[in-house]
Design a binder for this molecule. Sequence first.
Ligand code: C2E
Ligand code: CA
Ligand code: CA
Ligand code: CA
Length: 278
Amino acid sequence: QSLTRIEEVCASHNAPAQPRTVYEFSREELQNAIIQGEIQSYFQAQISVQSRKVVGAELLARWHHPIHGVISPLHFIPLAEQTGLIKPLSIALFEQLLSYIEQWHQQGYPIGASFNLSALALDDKKMPDLLGGMCKNAGICPSTITLEVTESLLHKSEANAIEVLGRFSLIGFNLSIDDFGTGYSSLEQLKMFPFEELKIDRSFVQRMETEQVSETIVESNIALGHRLGMSIVAEGVETERIMELMLNYNCDKAQGFLINKPTEGKQFGLWLKENWNK
Ligand code: C2E
Ligand code: CA
Ligand code: CA
Ligand code: CA
């Protein structure tokens, strides 16, 4: 594969996902929703590619809006970030996460969980101790939680980000680099941050079936991550064929619609029960 072709393909994956419907929510509306508990935790399972056993779950936020129904995070996370509501929102969701982890562990499912950290959390030096303190109060070890940070975010405010990520890591959280492949990280940058995990963006994963260059990119990103000692997650796995490719390329974990669609928290407990010994 020529390098220019690979760059072309990566650039085409760089556009952020755009929701189809446009809502005009106000800050007050979102703030009320957070207070009323309308923003809820959905979970998508992560399985081991080798054994197909469930090893974890990623929290994906949804707004249960009284009029519009279930609303995608793409419609309210940016608003939360622009209006300063991302901190209370993140805290509310992290609280929900801790309570679900506790339930799963009590029910005999000792899995870990992944939580998406907003870019703004990395500018806030109080965040690591805040989330660490919440874990402590809940009696949950931070090492059961993986914090996902998008690749593009590492380029902003780097000095702060290194300090904050270092602190998260010291407290015991696992760190994961999300949407990998869309943001041009250099090896040097990757080495500066203490990441345990690398998540290959679903745009690459999904095009593997039809596009040789995407397969090459996924294969080399898996090898790169492994060389840096990271565990690799493929996101957006929708077909058995892609699961097979992931097994061939030695990818560690997979998540996607093939395994489950993001499922409301209580329902996910039932899903775990049904799928635990499969
Ligand atoms: P992400 O972290 O890259 O999450 C993966 C997205 O891919 C999710 O979209 C998920 O529903 C979707 N997905 C998973 N498997 C498949 C599949 O097989 N096929 C397809 N077509 N899609 C799949 P979702 O839930 O709409 O979330 C969008 C983004 O919103 C997330 O992207 C994440 O960046 C952000 N987000 C979600 N929850 C939170 C949160 O609690 N806090 C923050 N800061 N961001 C969040
Ligand atoms: Ca994520
Ligand atoms: Ca992702
Ligand atoms: Ca993504």
